[in-house]
Design a protein around this ligand. Structure first.
Ligand code: ATP
Ligand code: MG
Length: 180
């Protein structure tokens, strides 16, 4: 038996987004169609994976204005809103085998920072329900730290990546091939 899975990749260790991109590669290798929506990245930020998705013709959108700690609250809320509108549309549109909502867990946890709800977990859970009903073979991947318990509950597969060691603690900054 196969079935579409809702997959959550969370935790404070490195490897959440790249795990989702690994599943994207597999999807493409089976000549299937995917769409990637990145909630927190801006399109011009030099990510190798964005360049490669464009070369491979993978539909991808970056709705983020940048890091939540350098961009204004209003800009972040606006970009998260536009990403969420797009995500809802894509998740319920014909033709996709996999949809990746990268860093959507961060968008869901924004109230902690902003005391403002941008996306609610109820909306995400409702979208998962609708997708399961309309597209039972479709995979949905939700990445980002701080996955909410109710999202974990709603998912079929949840992995938590825990940091054991990271070179940023020794002053090594983000570098090509590893972080972007
Ligand atoms: P990747 O995109 O490499 O799979 P990720 O999606 O698991 O990583 P995020 O939480 O999205 O990780 O963080 C983005 C990047 O920030 C990661 O590539 C990671 O190496 C780096 N990072 C993680 N924790 C810290 C930190 N405390 N300070 C600086 N950089 C960090
Ligand atoms: Mg990430």
């Amino acid at each position: 038996m196969t079935k579409g899975l809702t997959i959550v990749i969370t935790g404070n260790g490195k490897g959440k987004t790249t795990s989702a991109l690994g599943m994207l590669m597999r999807t493409l290798g089976h000549d299937k169609k995917a769409c990637v929506i990145q909630f927190m990245k801006s399109p011009d930020s030099g990510y190798g994976e964005i360049t490669m998705m464009n070369r491979l013709g993978v539909e991808n959108y970056q709705a983020g204005a940048g890091c939540t700690w350098t961009v204004s609250k209003e800009d972040t809320i606006e970009t998260v809103h536009s990403a969420w509108e797009l995500a809802q549309h894509k998740v319920l549109s014909d033709g996709y085998d996999m949809i990746i909502l990268d860093e959507v867990n961060i968008a869901l946890s924004l109230p902690e920072k902003f005391e403002d709800t941008v996306i609610t977990s109820d909306e995400v859970i409702e979208l998962i329900k609708q997708m399961r009903k309309q597209f039972p073979q479709r995979h949905l991947v939700l990445t980002g730290r701080y996955a909410l318990p109710e999202i974990i509950e709603a998912a079929d597969l949840v992995s938590e990546i825990n940091e054991i060691k990271h070179p940023y603690k020794k002053g090594v900054t983000a570098q090509a091939c590893i972080e972007f």
